[in-house]
Design a binder for this molecule. Sequence first.
Ligand code: FES
Length: 121
Amino acid sequence: MATPSLPVIAQMPAVSNSGFRLSKEHLVVAVPVAVVAAVGGFLVSHYLSGRSCKKGQVNLTVSKDSPKVVHSFDMEDIGTKAVYCRCWKSKKFPFCDGAHTKHNEETGDNVGPLIIKRRDA
Ligand code: FES
C-alpha cells in the first residue's frame, strides 16, 4: 500500500528557537519564486495604477463627458481683449475667472491666463 505523499509544508524542517528555517533545496526554489512574484506584482500594480490613476489629469471638472475639450473663437468676435484660462480651474472656462491665484497659492504653481488683446486697446 502506497503512502500518500506529505504536503510540502509538512516536509519542511521544524521551527527552531531562532525562527523559521529553510533547507538549501527549499531556498533554491523559494528565492526565484519570491523574486518572480515580487517583480510580477510590481509590474501588475504599476500597470493597473497607470490605467486608473487620475493624478496626471489637469482637467478635473470641465466637460468631462466629452473626449476632448476644444473651444474656437473668431478673431472678429473677441473684441478688444479676451482672457482665457490655462489652469483649468475657472468656473467660467474657457475664460479666466481668477481661480488660478488660489491654485497657485495652494500648489506653488505659477500658471496664469492667456490674454489676447488688440494692439490699440
Ligand atoms: S482661472 Fe485659470 S488661468 Fe485664470
